[in-house]
Design a protein. Structure first.
Length: 161
């Protein structure tokens, strides 16, 4: 096997322009993931449960919850790209790295990296995203043709502005 890793994006990292802008702002090398395709994480739910000072709003997280699915993109990253992504995610201080099974194109891919807020940082209550942040997720959900029910769920999350 190569030194590449599979990563599952579900929040703002669905948007490669936003990712590139973050890299530029933080003087990180831009990266271009390979083999990008639609996928979903079974028995997890997308929530907004943390206030991010950089975004100045609630940000996305995944929590285990039977009967739900989180749609996103699976992509292949090099070791250097994974290092940059870890910095962006605030790993290990903000987000924990999870190894999960992802379904894509009728197959299960195991040991895929995704991120979830550290348990002690998760709020029990909803923390509204900004309209801009929600739109990053929503526009990519539409672009990659996520299920309509999932798009409606994203829209049901009220924004702070």
């Amino acid at each position: 096997m190569s030194d590449n890793f599979f990563y599952f994006a579900y929040g703002s990292n669905l948007d490669f322009t936003d990712l590139r802008l973050w890299c530029e702002y933080h003087k990180e090398p831009p990266f271009y993931p390979a083999n990008v395709r639609k996928a979903f994480l079974l028995d997890y739910r997308l929530v907004f449960n943390f206030f991010d000072e950089y975004r100045v709003c609630g940000i996305a997280d995944v929590v285990k919850e039977k009967g739900y699915s989180v749609y996103g993109l699976i992509m292949e990253l090099s070791a250097n790209q994974l290092i940059t992504l870890r910095r962006k995610e605030g790993y290990p201080d903000l987000y924990s790295e999870l190894k999960v099974g992802i379904e894509s194109e009728g197959s299960i891919i195991k040991d895929v990296i995704t991120y979830s807020l550290r348990d002690e940082l998760k709020s029990a209550s909803y923390i509204a995203p900004s309209r801009y942040y929600r739109q990053l997720i929503l526009s990519n959900a539409r672009k990659y043709k996520f299920p309509e029910d999932y798009i409606k769920y994203i829209l049901s999350n009220e924004t702070r502005d």
